[in-house]
Design a protein around this ligand. Sequence first.
Ligand code: GTP
Ligand code: MG
Length: 198
Amino acid sequence: MNINNVNLESVGVKFSQYPQTGLPEVALLGRSNVGKSSLINNFLNRKKLARTSANPGKTRTINFYNIDNSMYLVDLPGYGYAKTSKENRAVFRKMLLNYVFDRETLAMAILLIDSRHKPTTLDIEMFNILMNAQMPPLIVATKTDKLKANEKSKINSRILKALGTDLSLKIIHYSTSTNAGRDELIKEISGYIKSLGE
Ligand code: GTP
Ligand code: MG
């Protein structure tokens, strides 16, 4: 997969604002601050295309990044952001669930989980939502640069155990600081997008 022309094509909070091109979408899901927007910048090799923040709750819309008119990488608001109001949380939740369940062009879900911590209750809930939506996610463990080697070896079993799955789901260890996992993720995404056309 060559990534040449990338642009933030649409920003929206409801279906009428999302792209109508029919191109397949690869969505990034995960709790606030897990590193979704940072991964988009790292993956696309564009430092400041997606807005990131050290504080959770940065991304509040669904953002569609067009890659070479062949697919979209989709950045979503995170869940589990405690400081926002109950009403706001409900609005984000509804937007997320509508997107996951009803977006016909959603082709692939990537669930990001912070490699430093056990998956949260909300991570487990999101995993189950994706399974119910017939969309088993590719799992990306983020911020692995923060771990020691012996801790890295424990990430996969901790995640799979918490998610309670015996599926042999792929887990990619990703770091935007070291670029770890980037080539592997490119391979997974491009392989999947290619398979859609076969
Ligand atoms: P929301 O938009 O609130 O849902 O958050 P997000 O998931 O988009 O997180 P974002 O990309 O804004 O990153 C949150 C923080 O994590 C920022 O301070 C990033 O610099 C940091 N971060 C992201 N990825 C990595 C990583 O691989 N390593 C390290 N050390 N920090 C990272
Ligand atoms: Mg974000």
